[in-house]
Design a protein around this ligand. Structure first.
Ligand code: MN
Length: 295
């Protein structure tokens, strides 16, 4: 068995106290179609050393913020409840050590445990979800902690959330959205409303947890996922949104979920790694300002 890879490999070893913990949650228990999300974290980490450590937009070496990769969580023999508790504990430990947590899924149900941990530090937490799906089913295949019900579980926790890139949902979910008066940022909406990013920023009141289900992106750039819904968000769309959120709000944690590596689609793992590195770049830009990243 090969050692588990780390984000940016030895390039991340710059000798500063880490401010970021990369935490792998290789969970694949309830995927509906297209398995392989348990291999997602490894594939993203393995692709990451191909990134240029000097960010081409921010003109800084974000590695100087300090990025550590923790050993992957082991879910062998765990129920989904136990998985969620284990993630909550691991994210809680990262927060206690003053680290910014980046969780790599694994399927989307990993988000619940991370949000539970963040809520203890930020009771006014707001979740921004990039996703093709509403994930508002009450349960899915009799599983309350299914990936298809993850946002419903967050609603149970009374966490406010904003859903972006949506283009696939059930009638049950649609009726719930109407009943609650929610206004998801459907794909057709963000294409029709030029100020969609400003609208999203305006509705966020507290610190932000960003959950990126990679199927929110267009399958042309992100084919490595179980449900590659057509007509998704482009790279620039997603990055413009993340830039605005991180600059105008307080980003306190993030995850990238539902990545399932596909032979021949290695660009997708590279994209996921760059999206994480760019987001960390925004998050730590003021810390690194004026020094090109170097201390
Ligand atoms: Mn999804």
């Amino acid at each position: 068995m090969h050692a588990y890879p780390s984000f940016l490999a030895e390039e991340a070893e710059v000798g500063v106290t880490p401010r970021v913990s990369i935490l792998s949650a290789p969970l694949a228990a309830t995927v509906s179609w297209g398995a392989g999300t348990d291999q997602g974290p490894r594939a993203i980490l393995e692709a990451s050393p191909a990134l240029e450590v000097f960010d081409d937009e921010l003109l800084q070496e974000t590695i100087w913020a300090g990025i550590e990769t923790l050993a992957p969580l082991d879910f062998a023999g765990c129920s989904l409840e136990a998985v969620s508790e284990r993630i909550c504990q691991a994210v809680g430990e990262a927060l206690a050590r003053d680290r910014f947590p980046v969780l790599l899924g694994g399927e989307h149900s990993v988000t619940t445990g991370a949000v539970a941990a963040l809520l203890r530090h930020h009771p006014d937490l707001h979740v921004v979800q990039i996703d093709a799906h509403l994930d508002l089913r009450d349960s899915y295949e009799d599983t309350l902690l299914s990936h298809a019900a993850v946002m419903r579980r967050l609603d149970d926790l009374a966490v406010p959330f904003t859903q972006v890139g949506i283009r696939s949902f059930s009638q049950e979910e649609w009726l719930l959205v109407r009943e609650r008066g929610w206004q998801p940022f459907f794909m057709h909406r963000i294409k029709a409303e030029a100020d969609w990013i400003a609208q999203i920023v305006a509705e966020i009141k507290g610190p932000v947890y960003l959950t990126v289900d990679v199927d929110g992106l267009d399958p042309a750039i992100m084919p490595a996922t179980g449900t590659p819904e057509p007509d998704g968000m482009g790279w620039t769309m997603a990055i413009d949104l993340i830039r605005a959120i991180v600059r105008e709000k307080q980003l306190v944690g993030m995850d990238v979920v539902e990545f399932a590596p596909r032979p021949g689609a290695e660009h997708a793992a590279f994209l996921a790694a760059k999206l994480i590195y760019r987001t960390l770049g925004y998050r730590f830009a003021s810390l690194l300002a004026g020094q090109g990243g170097r201390p």
